[in-house]
Design a protein around this ligand. Structure first.
Ligand code: URP
Ligand code: ZN
Ligand code: ZN
Length: 469
């Protein structure tokens, strides 16, 4: 290291990666982790941070978010890439993967280029995009998309009323094509016919309050669709990632698929672990609608078991922010309420409090679920998701003893409500660094506003899930 002058030295902290926790100093230069060392070494830097009693995590990676969600070409969610990524940074998140949604009949490459053009000038943190495929046209664009760095392709088994779903024949064909080019598929799994059937029955009975959103999508809706797409993945050999698993049955299916050697991974979200159907009651119940819906205590316990045994690979937020007005101010029947809740700024502190403080998972397990596994599943590791020398200096300094009560006032969303309102947590991120740039300090976004870059992902980096050559 000689007499190298550094940008930042973080001293006396406890570094956490998937191998363990260890006391060391971490030096940053030119956006990269330059050295990890003990003692003084005579090094100096523009900024020296004393991180005594603090934890040093690799930046959190949220590979399932929806900023400025578009429907039929119109932005319908409340945030922008700018406000969303700044809130994310304040929550310790340094990389997101959002979605370019193919409009039926339109070239997905065009949708991807437009989404990227929109995000590029706005993003405060690094980002990538999955491509949501909504029809069978333009399958020949898959290799071009892969060469552009889009290696994961989303599909929906439901949302026929929004023209998003693929039928079984289409799914099989789509899986085969993605497999041919060595990509992966990622699924929102709910049985569309069942949803429509239950929904119509409930509406006919006049049952339109928010709680009936959950009743219209009972467990079997998720279980059937997950089992079906697992069979299709087995048949075609494609790598499959199961989005937002909510049920005991869904997480058990993932467990058994892994046992049988399928190339499959899965995720759940903080809201499925912390909230249940009761959140649909009361005057603000309508705000908490998302799909799949919130479940029961038994499902929460089952999901927790599947996190602990390593079946569930990652925690993501499915962040999708709507104002009270855009959710209809409590006046709409459940099937007309826009689906989605915010979560990106609170996911690290909520999961630290639940998984480490209460459920006694280790810090390396937490970091695996929220940084290293997402990076490796989606082809970003080790540039992201590690604290290795030479990789991007994306760092969260976390105070495990700082207590906060969740409320809109301490967060950076553009809305006045929060699904985790009044929850008390111990542990909060106090600094977030992206490639050596200080983005957040003590609850304030202070960084450059558009330092984020598009991350091209490559097939060969789909770590741990490589296709045999
Ligand atoms: O309810 C959910 N998951 N909302 C996210 C946005 C969408 O429509 O996929
Ligand atoms: Zn979804
Ligand atoms: Zn989603």
């Amino acid at each position: 290291m000689g007499d190298l002058y550094l940008d930042i030295i973080i001293k006396n902290g406890t570094l956490v990666d998937t191998t363990g926790c260890y006391q060391a100093n971490l030096a940053i230069k030119d956006g990269k982790i330059n050295a990890i060392f003990r003692g003084n070494k005579g090094l100096d830097a523009t900024r020296v941070i004393n991180a005594d009693k603090k934890l040093i995590f690799p930046g959190i990676i949220d590979p399932h978010v929806h900023f400025q969600l578009q429907d039929l070409g119109k932005i319908i969610s409340t945030d922008t890439f700018a406000s969303g990524t700044q809130a994310a940074a304040c929550g310790g998140v340094t990389t997101i993967i959002d979605f370019a949604n193919q409009t039926r009949g339109i070239s997905p490459l065009k949708d991807f280029n437009e989404r990227k053009k929109n995000a590029d000038p706005q993003v405060a943190i690094d980002y990538s995009l999955h491509l949501s495929k909504t029809d069978m046209e333009y399958l020949d664009e898959i290799p071009t998309l892969i060469s552009e760095g889009v290696t994961s392709f989303k599909f929906f088994t439901t949302y026929s009323w929004r023209n998003l779903d693929l039928n079984d024949a289409e799914l099989l064909h789509f899986f085969r094509e993605v497999r041919k080019y060595r990509g992966m598929v990622m699924g929102h799994c709910e049985n569309d016919a069942m949803v429509l059937n239950y929904r119509n029955e409930l509406i006919q009975e006049g049952k339109t309050e928010p709680i009936f959103h959950a009743h219209s999508r009972p467990h079997i809706v998720e279980e059937e669709a997950i089992q079906r797409v697992l069979l299709f993945a087995k048949k075609t050999g494609v790598k499959l990632h199961l989005a937002h698993i909510t049920t005991k049955q869904g997480s058990d299916s993932l467990f058994h698929a892994k046992q049988h050697g399928l190339k499959v991974s899965g995720e759940t979200c903080p809201h499925y672990l912390l909230l249940n159907e009761r959140a649909y009651k009361g005057p603000d119940g309508y705000l908490n609608l998302m799909s799949p819906p919130l479940r029961h205590a038994k499902d929460q316990q089952a999901l927790m078991r599947r996190i602990k045994d390593g079946t569930i690979d990652q925690i993501v937020t499915d962040h999708c922010e709507f104002s009270r007005a855009s959710k209809g101010n409590g006046k709409l029947p459940f099937h007309q309420i826009l689906n989605g809740i915010p979560g990106i700024e609170t996911s690290l502190p909520l999961m630290h409090d639940l998984l480490v403080n209460k459920q006694k998972l280790t810090y390396p397990q937490l970091i695996s679920l929220m940084s290293t596994r997402p990076a490796s599943i989606f082809g970003l590791y080790p540039q992201k998701g590690s604290l290795m020398v030479g990789t991007d200096a994306d760092i969260v300094i976390f105070d495990p003893n700082l207590k906060k009560t969740i409320s809109p006032e301490i967060l950076h969303y553009s809305i006045d409500w929060n699904p985790f309102m009044d929850l008390k947590v111990r542990g909060w991120p106090i600094m977030t660094i992206l490639r050596g740039h200080m983005l957040c300090e003590s609850g304030k976004f202070i960084g450059p506003q558009n330092e984020g870059k598009f991350l091209k992902r490559s097939i060969s980096q789909l770590n741990g899930f490589n296709y045999e050559r």
